[in-house]
Design a protein around this ligand. Structure first.
Ligand code: ZN
Length: 375
């Protein structure tokens, strides 16, 4: 029953943060904190709210009862970070709870609302996948899917006019449902975007990204930090879509553009690069002139132990058949932890040894080598 208590604490905090810490505190949070007060032994239970919030920012392993801690949570992180959910708490909330359908009976309407928002994208994805398998024109559905997904990755902010312009011709995607993946910005609210991690939040007078472990320098004069001028109808990606679609998509799109550039230079060797083939069965498919096909999935996780259980053989039926498969990790992750690939190889027990695990930099070298061999 241990993780039940931990999960209520996470769900309660998610709701608390969403309300900007305003009274009354979510019932779920009060319940979880009462439980915590009884179980806490490593440190005394804080007597003030400020003390409590400070405790929740400390690495969970230093204070939370070990026996109640789920193994899927990386306890080097705190539950909160600068007054918001820490990135590990956000990841756990979306990935381990919402997406696994683990919204417990006792979750409140507010938590269920967050879950519904998060499913808006997966609802569209599911519908397009079904159409793709049954429709007479899968090519068109594929194109519309890539249009939607890359739009969400490349546009942390949008306006109704832009949505109309981009989606006025799509047959299977409705402008309104794309708009629903965004929320209104407050009038005259200063809005900022980072090219590397998407929309930014202002906390304690500083700009903060959604994933500080990957991108944490957001001084306003940096070239990749841009101010978005407020205008009527300006909308920002909803948090869950930002976290689960836009953020992981940025390294995918970056690698796609690099490979497209190689294809433009060497069209006789690298004949095609497809993004999200088969409505997102994996991230990239490369076709070489000797008939070889490579399948690539990009994974940006700070902790290899969290990533390993997610690595399974890439789907390879029909058009998605491949000769080589790759899981590609942004090189920054490997620089933060030298034994990253080693741990991944050892822990990813569902993965055949033929699937390559490497950094984006090494992967690009492999592609260039392959092109050289084909010249
Ligand atoms: Zn950033």
């Amino acid at each position: 029953m241990g993780s039940n208590e931990f999960d209520s604490l996470v769900l309660g905090l998610a709701e608390f943060v969403r309300r900007d810490g305003r009274y009354p505190y979510p019932e779920l949070l009060r319940y979880a904190l009462n439980k915590l007060a009884l179980e806490l032994t490593a440190v005394p239970y804080p007597r003030t709210l400020t003390g409590l919030l400070a405790l929740l920012e400390k690495p969970v392993k230093t204070w939370y009862p070990r026996s109640l801690l789920p193994k899927e949570f990386d306890s080097d992180f705190g539950l909160l970070y600068e007054g918001g959910l820490s990135e590990e708490t956000s990841r756990y909330f979306y990935e381990e709870l919402l997406e696994q359908g683990k919204i417990p009976e006792f979750a409140t309407a507010a938590t269920k609302q967050i879950a519904i928002e998060n499913y808006q994208f997966y609802k569209i994805l599911g519908r397009l996948q079904e159409l793709y398998n049954n429709d007479s024109d899968p090519e068109c559905i594929q194109q519309e899917y890539v249009l939607l997904r890359s739009f969400l990755i490349e546009n942390g902010y949008t306006t109704p006019a832009q949505l109309r312009k981009v989606f006025f011709k799509t047959r299977h995607i409705d402008i309104e449902e794309v708009g629903d993946l965004y929320e209104d910005c407050e009038e005259n609210e200063p809005c900022w975007n980072c090219d590397r991690c998407g929309p930014l939040f202002k906390k304690y007078g500083k700009l903060r990204g959604i994933k500080p472990s990957a991108c944490n320098d957001h001084r306003q004069d940096l070239p990749y930090v841009r101010k978005i001028t407020w205008q009527q109808g300006l909308r920002r990606l909803k948090f869950g879509i930002h976290l689960r679609i836009c953020l992981p998509g940025l390294p995918e799109i970056r690698l796609f553009h690099t490979l497209k550039e190689l294809q433009r230079k060497y069209p006789d060797q690298l004949c095609a690069t497809h993004l999200y083939p088969g409505i997102d069965r994996y991230d990239l498919q490369l076709c070489f002139c000797d008939g070889a096909t490579w399948a690539v999935d990009i994974k940006d996780y700070q902790n290899p132990y969290n990533l390993a259980p997610k690595l399974t053989p890439l789907f390879g039926e029909g058009d998605l058949h491949y000769d080589e498969s790759f899981y590609v990790i942004p090189i920054q992750r490997l620089q933060q932890r030298e034994d990253y690939i080693e741990i991944l190889r050892e822990q990813a027990i569902k993965l055949p040894s033929s699937t390559h695990l490497l950094s984006d930099a090494v992967f690009q070298e492999r592609v260039i080598n392959k092109i050289e061999c084909l010249k």
